[in-house]
Design a protein around this ligand. Structure first.
Ligand code: URA
Length: 235
C-alpha cells in the first residue's frame, strides 16, 4: 500500500494531507524518512512525529442524516457534521454529499477504494430520493425528468420517476438517479417548474434506512458490504 493510503487508513490524515506530512519529513518507515512513493506492508513500522501508527479496521456505517447537518468535514458556519454525529474511532468519511437541508441515507466509510467506486459515475449506483415538490407536475414534466433535463452542466441521464402522492399544492415524487451531480434533484425539479420543498434520500446503493431514526446510524452487515463490493466490481 502507498504510504499516503496507509496513513489515511491509520486515521492520521486524508491522502492529500498525508502527502504534506511525508513531504515535510514527519513520517518515518522502519526508521528511514518516508517518501511520496514509499510502499509499506503490514510488517513495516510507520511513525509520524515519532509516534507509531497502524491501519484501522475497515468500517462501514449507514447514517440517517437529519436536516441541518453538513456532509463536509468541517463547516465554516459551525453546523454539526455527519462525521461528528457518527463519532467513530475509525476515520470514516461520507461517500458523496447531501445538502444540509436534505435528510436520509448516507454511507460513511474509511474504505477509500470502495468509496471511490461508489461515487464514480461508471458504476451508476442507484440513489432513491423522495422529493416533495411545489404544484402538480403534468405528464410532460414527469416524462422530462425521466428522459433527461437540460441543466447548466449537461443533460441528466435517464431516471426512474414515480408519482407517490398528489396533495393540494404539492406532490411527492420518487426519483431514482444513477448519477450524482451537485443539487441534482433540486435543479431537475426546478428546471421542469416544480421546485423542491423537502428532499429525503430513502435508499443509497440498495441500502435501506429501515427503522433508523434521524440522527441514528448502524454498521452495515457483512452481506451488505459484499453486495457493495460486487456492484462496484471489487469482487
Ligand atoms: N440532489 C439535491 O438537490 N440535493 C441533495 O442533497 C441530493 C441530491
Amino acid at each position: 500500500m502507498r504510504l499516503n493510503a496507509y496513513l489515511a487508513r491509520a486515521g492520521v490524515a486524508s491522502r492529500r494531507q498525508a502527502d504534506e506530512l511525508i513531504s515535510a519529513g514527519r513520517v518515518r518507515v522502519n526508521g528511514e524518512r518516508g517518501q511520496l512513493n514509499t510502499v509499506v506492508a503490514s510488517r513495516d513500522v510507520v511513525e509520524v512525529d515519532g509516534r507509531r501508527v497502524a491501519p484501522q479496521r475497515l468500517a462501514y456505517v449507514l447514517l440517517h442524516k437529519p436536516a441541518g447537518v453538513v456532509t463536509t468535514a468541517r463547516d465554516p458556519h459551525g453546523r454539526p457534521t455527519v462525521v461528528e454525529l457518527v463519532g467513530r474511532p475509525e476515520r470514516v468519511v461520507p461517500v458523496g454529499r447531501l445538502d444540509a437541508d436534505t435528510t436520509g441515507a448516507i454511507l460513511l466509510t474509511n474504505d477509500g477504494r470502495l468509496a471511490h467506486r461508489l461515487a464514480h459515475p461508471r458504476y451508476g449506483v442507484p440513489k432513491v430520493y423522495e422529493a416533495e415538490v411545489e404544484g402538480s407536475p403534468r405528464k410532460e414534466a414527469v416524462a422530462a425528468l425521466r428522459e433527461g433535463v437540460e441543466l447548466d452542466d449537461a443533460v441528466t441521464a435517464p431516471a426512474d420517476i414515480r408519482v407517490l402522492r398528489r396533495r393540494a399544492g404539492s406532490t411527492l415524487l420518487e426519483l431514482t438517479l444513477h448519477e450524482g451531480r451537485k443539487h441534482q434533484v433540486k435543479r431537475m425539479c426546478a428546471a421542469v417548474g416544480h421546485p423542491v420543498r423537502q428532499l429525503h434520500r430513502s435508499r443509497y446503493a440498495g441500502l435501506e434506512l429501515g427503522d433508523l431514526a434521524p440522527g441514528n446510524w448502524r454498521e452495515l452487515t457483512p452481506g451488505e458490504v459484499a453486495v457493495l463490493r460486487r456492484v462496484t466490481g471489487l469482487e
